[in-house]
Structures are given as C-alpha cells and as structure tokens.
Ligand binder design. Sequence first.
Ligand code: SF4
Length: 387
Amino acid sequence: MSEPSQEQQAAQVVEAELQEAIAHTKCHRCGCFQDAVNALDQSAALAALLPGLFGEAKARFEARRYDCLGCEVCWPALASNAATEIDPTLADAGHCATAEPVLRDGWPPLPGDYKVLRHRAPVAVCTLNADDLVGRLAMAGPAGMAIVGTMRTENLGIEHLIRNLLPNPNIRFLLLCGDDTRKAIGHLPGQSLISLMRHGLDEHGRIRDAAGKRPVIRNVAPEHVEAFRRRVGIIDLIGETNVEAITEAIAQAAARDPGPDTTFLPEGHHFEAEHATEATRLVSDPAGYLVIYPDRQRRQLVLEHYDNTGVLTRILQGETPAALYGTVIAARLISRLDHAAYLGRELARAEAALRDDTEYTQDKAPGASEPAEAEPPTPSCGCSSCH
Ligand code: SF4
C-alpha cells in the first residue's frame, strides 16, 4: 500500500484536530472554532478531501459565548495551520485562534467555560475536563457555590482561574472534581493546581511537583499567586462526578466559611455591596394603574387595569403571578420598571394569601404616601396613588 501523500496527511490532521473540537462543548461556543470552520468551509480543495466534516462541525455551533478562550492547545488553530498546506489561500483568512482574551469590566474579568451563580458565596468549583458537570451543578445551584467551570491546562487554565477568582474576596475554597486526564495532549491541570496550592512556584515560575506537561505560570504575578494560595483552601475531589457528593462537600465547606478576605485585592473587578434605598418619589405610569386581589371562590388571582382617568379597561384572571404579569407586559398595560417590580411583588403576596387563606391588602406603590385600600378592590392604586 502506498504512503499517503503530503496533502492527505494534512487532511488527516485537519480532520483529527477538528474532531477534537467537535468533541468538546467549550469549543462549540467559541469564536475560534466557529470562525475557523466557516473559513475552512470556503475552500473547495478541502471540501473535496473532507466531505461532510465542516457540516458536522457547524451542526455543533452554539450561541457564541466568547471570541476566544485562549486555550494553549487550540484544535481549530492546529486544523487551520494544517489546512494551509492544502489550500494556501486560507493563510489569508485572518482568523486567529490563539489570541489571549481581553480583560473586560465586571466580574469575572476573563470569559470562559463557566457559570456564575452568585458573587457572595465561598466556594468555587472546577470540574476539570467534565463539561457536563458544569451544567448539572449549576442546575443543582447549591447556596455555597459562587462559580463552576472547567479547566483544561496547567498553565493558561490555572492562570485564568486565578485571574478570575482573585478579585472576589468571598471565595475561600476551590473544590476540584471531574476527570483530570486528557490522554491525547497530556495535561494534568487538577494535579498541577493542587501542587500549586500546596507547594507554590519555584524561582522560574514552575509549579513545584506538578506532573503536567508545561506547568509554568507566566502571566500571573507571583504575589498574586501567593495571595490566592493564602486566601483559598483546596478541596480535592478529583475523579468525583456525583452531583450529590459534590454539593454535600460544598455545603460542608460553606459551613466553615471564614468570611471575605480583603487583605489582597488586585486592581478592579471587585465589588462592594451598595445600600439599597426605597423610592421616595412616586411617578405615575402613563399606561394606567392596576388593582390586584385574590378571588377566593374561583381560586384565581385577579387584576384590573384602569387608565389614568379611573376608567376600567381590562380584567385579567389566572392561577399564577407569571400568567398575570406576562399578560400585562404583552398587552403593554404597564410601562415603568418600578411599577413592574411592584406588580410582581403584589402578585406574589396575593398568591400567598390565596394559598394560605390569609388576608390580602394591596400595598402602596413605591414612593406612595397613602396606603392602598383593602380588598375588595377600589380603583385607587396600590399603584393607586399613582394617578
Ligand atoms: S480557544 Fe479553546 S475553546 Fe476556543 S476553539 Fe480553541 S480550544 Fe476550543
């Protein structure tokens, strides 16, 4: 059998690298993958050699969540490089699959394959290579968990993790779970991160005792690494993929939360809670006002809409607050955000009164000085003082 030609070998590389990206959900949402596939799909030479491959890749596209994750090993980039050996015009396609992502305002500063649940919680969870675990844990939503995401490499991956977690002083624990191995490339990010937390960096920025391929931290200042090590305790559940076991460990860690540590915060990206105050001035809604009450006989929530001359225009009834406020919004019976917030609160109160068979009195609208009248309704507003 004859040796494959250089072109066939290049095509095999393109296919193998794109199949890696196809197999990883982080790539499906990444601009690098989508731009690279779109560019490669323009080449007739590639299409002839790899029929169906780009269609298969495009079928994996998901809503773009980041332009580039900055992964050190980027499969679409490797595929693109190999593709230029087959079709040199692709070299001018202009997509860059390996650019370092830009820091943005807010927290977390770097985009990535993670989900944020809340800022003020003490546990960050890293699922390593277990993509599906991110969604399953986010769905479970344990109260102690601030953020959950994957991590692929022991250099850029760990750097991104530190840069994203260090600005949040509430995070005091990092729980590692999921699968740490990726045989094709040989990274061991979980083992490397645990080594970093336990043993730190040597004078060359190399993680002591790390077993991964290139465990070197170059883009995070050593004092930031040290601050992270001091602040955050590591919980080693590498290999664990059971959501219940992980949420139990999160709850145990949260019970030991020592509180926020503000002794070292990098510039920017951290937040202080602002004291919220009630509205002091009432602004009426040009769309009119609403009267809300529970109809105990029919077991329904009722909402009456009046225009600002006091004329009834609609009566709505439904089983849930969502049904009523959804209809109100769709029919444009409300136009101000403060009134919409008020409506949601009042409907929830009316629902609770209906469910618990307790008294319900429509509260005054935000900023109103006069209390609303009790049920049965009158055409004066909870939003009533708004007209
Ligand atoms: S940067 Fe990372 S997520 Fe994006 S395509 Fe490359 S490997 Fe996939």
